[in-house]
Design a protein around this ligand. Sequence first.
Ligand code: 5GP
Ligand code: ZN
Length: 114
Amino acid sequence: MSAECIFCQIAAGKVPAEVVYQDEQVVAFKDIRPVAPVHILIIPRKHIPDLTAITPEDKELLGHIHLVAVQIARELGLTERGFRLVNNCKDEGGQVVYHLHFHLLGGRQLRILG
Ligand code: 5GP
Ligand code: ZN
C-alpha cells in the first residue's frame, strides 16, 4: 500500500467509495465522475502503478480482474448488450491515477476511441 495513493486508500476503506464488489485481491467501485450510466473502476488491492509494471506474478490477478469485470457486467445486465473494459496507461494513454485500474463502461452506445 502506498500512503499517498488515493486508490490504495479506497481499497483500505480509509477513503469512502461506492464499492460494488470486493474480495481479497480486488475492489470495484463507482467512478466519482461517471461518463456512462455504468462506470465502475476495478482495481487490484496490490499497488501496481500502471500496466507496464505488471510481472508474470500478476498473471492470475489480471485474469481474476477480467472475470470480476464480466461478473459485475452480468449482474448489471450488460453481457447481452455489451460494454467496454479500458485501461489508460501513462500520460499519452490518459492515465491520471497511478494505481492500476480498469474502467467498466456501459449502459449506452459507446463510440470508437479517438
Ligand atoms: P484514469 O484517467 O487514471 O484512467 O482514471 C481515473 C479515474 O478515477 C477517473 O475516471 C476519475 O473520475 C476517477 N477518480 C479519481 N479520484 C477518485 C476518487 O477519489 N473516487 C472515485 N470513486 N473515483 C475517482
Ligand atoms: Zn495505490
